[in-house]
Design a protein around this ligand. Structure first.
Ligand code: MN
Ligand code: MN
Length: 392
């Protein structure tokens, strides 16, 4: 082996050894979230921050008849490892067929039209709910469910999943399963002749189409057996969680919606020029969908890395856990943003509050400024400010 070759070999061997140490460590530490948080994310380790925007509504997605599903996963938006999302439209009479998600819980917000869902839990308890615009549902990971357009108008809703690797097109669908099981096995399983399954679909149906459902939900085959916790929360039917000079925020986490243990949701309205002030979330990644208007999002990721992107209606944004950010309405009308977090409890630390929580002498030393200057800073958490700033 020549010297340069030998050198390369040694470097490679050292790299493999380092990798082995790294990949060898997680099993012992599995389940320790503080450790998991320290695993370097290659997509965030570069000299510059990667893009955190994806034009979801401009993507093609999956279309059957007049129903469609468009998704944002790590495939479309590599930074979004913690959360995925789907924009789904169902035409009247269409149903997103019975299915479950092996690797994600599902949180949803209805934008338009009406939706009916039925979901089952491991105790065999099932709930059917009807949803109007502004309503939210949450289905725990692995629980079987279906979604149905209710009434004679199409519906549109946004689904948020607590796993960025989760694809809506890789769900476990009931027709996909039954269509691929040998007939004798099905006959034995259900106590029916094999011929009963002759005309069942052979492939995954995904969007089933039939008559619109009855106005009132029909009784399940087993009768009503309701679970103790509801899967529905009427988010926009509540008064806003916070009202500010430049906007309003509706928020729901597991303290108000107990079944939603892994996802928190927010609807944020920003008036023209208003700013959701600089902040970060200690406990969660953030997934954004612009329902209306256009906003400018600025992300801070240490080492002097700052990136600003403009999000228009139908665009998705993503903020990794712990990364600083702000959202500014740069349009001429009120902007509405749907936000999902992959934690059951909402946490934020805002820069205005952090500064207000420190004595003037600390701030004077930190910034090399006269202490008097800091009396002019807000002495509270501003959260959202109007176009002219917070004043004191
Ligand atoms: Mn689903
Ligand atoms: Mn945020």
């Amino acid at each position: 082996m020549s010297d340069p070759q030998r050198r390369e070999f040694l470097v490679t061997a050292a790299a493999i050894a380092t990798l082995a140490t790294l990949t060898g460590a997680p099993p012992a530490m599995a389940g320790d979230p503080s450790f998991m948080n320290n695993v370097p994310d290659p997509s965030l380790s570069g000299k510059d921050l990667p893009t955190f925007k994806f034009a979801l509504e401009k993507s093609e997605g999956k279309v059957i008849g007049n129903s469609s599903g468009k998704e944002a996963t790590v495939t479309q938006l590599p930074i979004s490892r913690g959360l995925a999302g789907v924009s789904m439209r169902l035409e009247p009479g269409a149903m997103r067929e019975l299915h479950w998600h092996a690797t994600a819980a599902e949180w949803a917000f209805v934008i338009e039209g009406r939706v009916r869902t039925t979901v089952i839990d491991p105790a065999g308890l099932a709930e059917t709910n009807d949803f109007d615009p502004g309503d939210v549902w949450y289905f725990p990971r692995g629980h079987g469910h279906m979604l149905q357009c209710l009434g004679d108008k199409p519906c549109h809703f946004i689904l948020i999943f607590d796993n960025g690797y989760f694809s809506e097109f890789g769900t476990f669908s009931i027709t996909d399963w039954i269509g691929h099981i040998p007939k004798p096995l099905l006959a034995k399983n259900f106590g029916l002749p094999e011929s009963a399954f002759d005309t069942f679909p052979r492939e995954e149906v995904y969007f089933a189409r039939g008559k619109p459902p009855p106005a009132e939900p029909s009784v399940p085959l087993q009768g009503w057996k309701l679970p103790p916790e509801t899967h529905r929360y009427r988010l926009l039917a509540q008064p806003p969680h916070g009202v500010y000079q430049g906007g309003r925020e509706w928020r729901v986490d597991s303290t108000r919606f107990p079944i939603a243990k892994t996802i928190t949701g927010v609807v944020l309205d920003l008036d023209p020029g208003a700013l959701r002030t600089l902040h970060w979330h200690p406990n969660a990644d953030e997934w954004q969908y612009v329902i209306d208007g256009s906003v400018s999002v600025t992300l801070f990721g240490s080492h002097g890395r700052v990136r600003t992107e403009q999000l228009q209606q139908g665009d998705v944004g993503y903020i990794p856990q712990g990364y600083g950010h702000s959202i500014e309405n740069v349009g001429s009308k009120t902007a509405r943003i749907l936000i999902g977090f992959n934690a059951g409890i909402y946490e934020t630390i805002d820069l205005t509050q952090w500064i207000a929580a420190n004595p003037a002498d600390v701030l004077a030393t930190n910034f090399g400024q006269p202490a008097e200057l800091f009396a002019k800073f807000p002495q509270r958490d501003v959260f959202v400010t109007g176009r002219n700033g917070p004043g004191k």
